[in-house]
Design a protein around this ligand. Structure first.
Ligand SMILES: Nc1nc2c(ncn2[C@@H]2O[C@@H]3COP(=O)(O)O[C@H]4[C@@H](O)[C@H](n5cnc6c(=O)[nH]c(N)nc65)O[C@@H]4COP(=O)(O)O[C@H]3[C@H]2O)c(=O)[nH]1
Length: 871
């Protein structure tokens, strides 16, 4: 700031001198009429400042006593001297040029304001001054009246301020209200990279990045409107612009400053680069600490490796899972905690997928993880104690700032429990819940495998389909827990009778399947089946119940009967149905003929439907005789299909099961019922006495909720009295859904219909149901009657049945009575009624009346003979 200069800006605080303006008005002689040199001198003399008047040649023409004082020259010494004598030599040349310029375009101006301007005293010393210049037109010439202020004091104060500022550790700069930098310290130079001279006089905005300038200008305006001490940039992004164009984060403290009547702002600028870096570092440390604490507390095993699979770090969860300490893990290959065999198999798979040779190394583990997507799959970790832990492992590639993979993060969690649950679910999906035997799904798999092995070894295998006879009745009668135990016993028996390579499966219900491998198709195989049948049929005791259950077994052989699992199972099933049809408790080996039978059933089903729809069926009646007096008291309605298949009659034993299987029995049964009611009512009318008609009901009809309504409608339609109708059910029907059966029987009872249990004695040893259900009559099965004469046991059974029924007030009818002896035996045992070929086979309704007449005529003859004999 040593350079002599003019104009604004610089190291000094500029200010105006009000006196100059006043004087100007006073001495503007040309404008004041009558003003002469004397007057001018007086005015100038009266001024408080040093005043000099200079003509256009630069000669001092007037000086007041203040000027004498200031410069140490007498007035006379000054007059006619060039003004430059009062200016230090080093500035004189410049001043002369300035003076010339002034007189070319004279105007009122300040000189030295904001600049170092010095006057030269007579004693050669310099004095800091500030000059106000005023042009005066006088005596036909232009003069300049200079008002000079000694600013020594002010300069001293300013120097002190400058020193203070210079000594400040911060960058300090002072800006005037126009935003011009008027003072800077060396720290500013350092901070912004500009020299002091480059900065002085510049707008402060030149030190601010372009994008903030506009806003700053407004801010500056606001500051000068209401100057106060404030901080700028604290907590905000504020940047300074360096000379090299780079930006530096700064924080600014602003202090308003007044010198005389001008406002300044003293800004202290702090480079906060370091602070921000420190904060960043601190934040990073915090983040790192946080990250570390998260990693430490995560329940997942986290292991970081480099690209070669060398473990860099591991978290506590990894330590816990693996049993290795972090120190033991760090520096080791991650392969150490992988199952070598698993790696090998994965490498093989990968090689297969990629068509490349893949070594079982770390690359197998990170194969997918090194791509962009994280790889997640199941692996096995091998712990320090050699435990193998199944884990779900997610592998993510870690990348450096340039995006290059520099390691991998392996996040794993223990899935032992999940695996266990999966295994359990898988087991459930493949095993029967009760017996834990393989279920159908697993059976199929096993069978297919056995077939493949058979094909390989060339030996045959057998499939046995086993169905337990009347198992449902055990369940219904003795309860499910007993049924379940029975199935468990059978499962155990089957398993203990086969070899390890064989399979025992349960398809559900009472159906078991055996796959017997490497069988000998001859007698040995049959002996095996025999053993199995025997094993099943052995008595067992469950919950105090002595039970014997027999199986119906169907079997087929690979490759003789079929070559695939589905076919073999189907054929074994077909054979099993044949065993059931053949009276249960037997074994049937599949023959192609069975398929024919099954096919025939299909054909019969179609034909039967046609026959029912075209009224080709008939109802025949077999008379029922009172053993008390030999009269025909009723008849059993029996369905007939005279022109069955291809015009050949089909017996009910054949078509009723088909009707039941196809559901046609509902239609057929209802039709028989309605026909029987109608025929019976007509017969009663014709005979003029009461008759009863017994109608067979099949299981499916009996299970129909609306069946009592069907019965009621048949009675109403025909006009038959309900007590003339007997409904024949079988024991097994009672045993199925006992609750529903009881409800059904009560509903029939409410209608007034008689309930008869048909085929009595063939089903159950337990007769307790006779007391539990509303039963009016039982029909002793013809198998007992048939052997009455020869089999004492059957006779004993009959005796017991009759005695027991009568004690329960249940009437007894015997069916299949063919001989007189049978009739007499039954009569002697007080059996109530009889039915059978002894009296008549089933006949059409048209024949029935004459048949009845014959039976009763025979009875009369018989009675007459007895009477004669008695006489
Ligand atoms: N050996 C011998 N047999 C005799 C004698 N007396 C009668 N039978 C026969 O024994 C069967 C008695 O009928 P079931 O036990 O109800 O047995 C019936 C019954 O279970 C069923 N059935 C017949 N018609 C119907 C019907 O309309 N609905 C239902 N659900 N089943 C019917 O078909 C089975 C067979 O009926 P059918 O062939 O008519 O055979 C009748 C009858 O002809 C005899 O002294 N000796």
């Amino acid at each position: 700031m040593s350079e002599y200069g003019y104009g604004m800006g610089g190291g000094r605080i500029a200010r105006a001198d009000p006196n100059i303006a006043d004087l100007t008005s006073k001495v503007a002689g040309s404008e004041v009429p009558g003003l002469d040199q004397h007057h001018v001198r007086e005015v100038i003399e009266a001024a408080p400042n040093a005043m000099l008047m200079v003509n256009s040649r630069g000669e001092i023409v007037l000086a007041n006593s203040q000027a004498e004082k200031l410069f140490g020259h007498t007035r006379d010494e000054l007059l006619r001297k060039r003004i430059e004598v009062l200016i230090p030599r080093r500035f004189r040349q410049k001043h002369e040029r300035y003076r010339g310029g002034f007189f070319t375009r004279p105007d009122t101006r300040a000189m030295g304001a904001g600049r170092d301007l010095y006057g030269l005293k007579k004693d050669g010393s310099e004095v800091p001054i500030e000059i106000g210049l005023n042009p005066i037109n006088m005596f036909d010439g232009v003069f300049v009246l200079a008002s000079i202020i000694d600013i020594t004091e002010r300069k001293r104060a300013e120097d002190r301020l400058r020193l203070v500022i210079e000594a400040a550790p911060n960058a300090m700069l002072m800006v005037n209200s126009r935003g011009e930098i008027v003072l800077v310290n060396s720290q500013v130079e350092k901070l912004f990279g500009h020299t002091r001279d480059e900065l002085l006089g510049q707008r402060i905005e030149s030190l601010i990045p372009e994008r903030f300038r506009h806003h700053h200008k407004q801010y500056r305006g606001g500051f000068f409107a209401r100057p106060d001490t404030r901080a700028m940039g604290a907590g905000r992004d504020l940047y300074g612009l360096k000379k090299d164009g780079t930006e530096v984060p700064i924080e600014i403290g602003l202090n308003p400053l007044y010198t005389g009547d001008e406002h300044f702002v003293l800004a202290s600028v702090i480079d906060i680069t370091e602070r921000l870096n420190a904060q960043k570092l601190q934040r990073a440390v915090q983040v790192n600490t946080l990250r570390q604490s998260i990693l430490d507390s995560l329940p997942f095993s986290i292991i970081a490796t480099n690209t070669d699979g060398i473990i860099l770090t591991a978290n506590p969860a990894a330590e816990r899972m693996l049993g290795y300490s972090r120190q033991e893990l760090i520096g080791q290959s991650v392969l150490m905690i992988h199952d070598a065999r698993e790696l090998e198999s994965r490498a093989t798979v990968l090689a297969h997928q990629t068509g490349r040779i893949i070594a079982p190394n770390f690359q197998v583990i990170v194969a997918a993880g090194s791509q962009d997507a994280a790889d997640e799959r199941e692996w096995t970790y091998v712990c320090k104690d050699d435990r193998h832990v199944p884990v779900n492992l997610a592998i993510t590639a870690m990348r450096d700032d340039s995006g290059t993979v520099n390691g991998f993060l392996k996040v794993a969690y223990d899935i032992t429990e999940r695996k266990r649950a999966e295994a359990f679910i898988n087991h459930l999906a493949h095993h029967d819940a009760l017996t834990d035997l393989p279920n159908r799904t697993m059976l199929l798999g096993r069978l297919e495998k056995a077939i493949r092995q058979s094909q390989h070894h060339g030996g045959p295998l057998a499939v046995l389909m086993i169905d337990l006879d009347h198992f449902k009745q055990v369940n219904d009668l003795l309860g499910h827990p007993v049924g379940d135990q029975l199935l468990l016993n059978i499962a155990n028996r089957l398993q203990s009778r086969v070899r390890d390579a064989d399979t025992v499966a349960r398809l559900g219900g009472d159906e078991f399947v055996l796959v017997l491998t490497e069988i000998d198709e001859g007698n040995k195989f049959l002996a095996t089946v025999e053993r199995i049948m025997k094993a099943i049929s052995e008595p067992m005791s469950i919950d105090g119940h002595e039970l014997v259950i027999t199986p119906s077994i169907g079997g087929c052989v690979f490759p003789t009967d079929g070559t695939d699992a589905t076919t073999l199972l189907k054929y074994a099933d077909t054979a099993m149905y044949c065993a059931k049809s053949a009276g249960r408790s037997n074994f049937q080996l599949f023959t192609p003929g069975m398929l024919k039978q099954a096919e025939e059933k299909l054909v019969m089903g179609t034909a039967l439907r046609h026959a029912i729809e075209h009224h080709e069926l008939e109802v025949y009646y077999q008379p029922e005789i009172s053993l008390w007096d030999g009269t025909v008291i009723g008849m059993e309605a029996l369905a007939r299909w005279p022109n069955g298949l291809n015009g050949v009659a089909v017996t009910p034993d054949r078509f009723i099961p088909v009707a039941e299987e196809t559901g046609l029995i509902l239609q057929l049964g209802e039709w028989v019922l309605r026909t029987a009611c109608r025929d019976c009512a007509a017969m009663e009318n014709r005979l003029g006495r009461r008759m009863r008609v017994a109608v067979n009901v099949s299981t499916r009809q009996f299970q129909q909720k609306e069946w009592p309504t069907v019965v009621r409608r048949a009675l109403e339609e025909s006009g038959l009295q309900p007590h003339s109708l007997e409904i024949e059910i079988t024991e097994s029907m009672l045993m199925q859904n006992t609750e529903e059966s009881a409800e059904m029987l009560h509903a029939l009872r409410r209608l007034g219909v008689t309930v008869v249990v048909d085929d009595f004695g063939t089903g159950y040893s337990s007769l307790s149901y006779l007391t539990r259900f509303p039963i009016d009559k039982i029909k002793i099965d013809r198998s007992f009657v048939r052997d009455l004469d020869t089999d004492a046991a059957d006779a004993a059974v009959i005796n017991a049945i009759i005695a027991m029924a009568h004690s329960l007030d249940i009437r007894v009818v015997a069916e299949g009575v063919e001989t007189e002896q049978q009739q007499n035996y039954l009569r002697a045992r007080a059996c109530d009624e009889a039915q059978g070929l002894r009296y008549s086979q089933a006949v059409s309704i048209d024949e029935l009346q004459s048949v009845m007449a014959k039976i009763e005529a025979h009875r009369l003859r018989h009675l007459r003979c007895q009477a004669l004999t008695a006489r």
